[in-house]
Design a binder for this molecule. Structure first.
Ligand SMILES: [Zn+2]
Ligand SMILES: [Zn+2]
Length: 159
């Protein structure tokens, strides 16, 4: 893949820096209660990227396993110095797909959510945009994703 996007990010203390080598396959804004607890906020925003398309520029991340809704656990990659979570990996795609926390990007506005999920548990004061798909729980990839991104996802899992 060509380095056609200019998207870098990092943790709060600056020790960890990374670059995305492609645009995300999709960006989830997840309103589930698990994400609310993990972030201490109302939702988590995760950009799905092939792990191979996330280039580490500097710094060390520590992987911490935490419980998840699926019961399979979720692995958080955090800066060893400041603890900021840069991305996580869920059991479905394992280490092959990173869920990048878009708030760690230098310019999070580059990649706004492509879908809001688990809206059944969203905070009542969060008003969803009318021009972005929303799912009460999860959704079918083939309905929401662009075809080429489904191809990317399957290719990532086949690695
Ligand atoms: Zn840090
Ligand atoms: Zn969630």
């Amino acid at each position: 893949m060509v380095d056609s996007v200019d998207a870098e990010g990092g943790c709060v203390c600056g020790a960890v820096r990374y670059r995305l080598l492609n645009t995300p396959m999709i960006v989830h804004c997840c309103h589930c209660t698990w994400c609310q607890r993990e972030t201490g906020s109302a939702f988590a925003i995760n950009a799905l990227m092939e792990a191979s398309q996330v280039l580490s520029l500097q710094g060390d991340v520590e992987r911490t396993q935490i419980p998840s809704a699926s019961g399979q656990g979720q692995i958080m990659s955090r800066c060893t110095a400041c603890g900021t979570t840069l991305w996580s990996n869920y059991s479905a795609a394992g280490d092959k797909v990173h869920f990048i926390r878009t708030g760690t990007l230098d310019d999070p506005a580059q990649f706004p959510p492509g879908i809001h999920i688990f809206t059944s548990s969203k905070q009542s004061w969060v008003n969803l945009p009318t021009d972005v798909p929303a799912a009460e729980e999860y959704y079918r990839r083939s309905v929401i994703w662009k075809k080429e991104d489904v191809v990317r996802y399957k290719a990532a899992l086949a690695l």
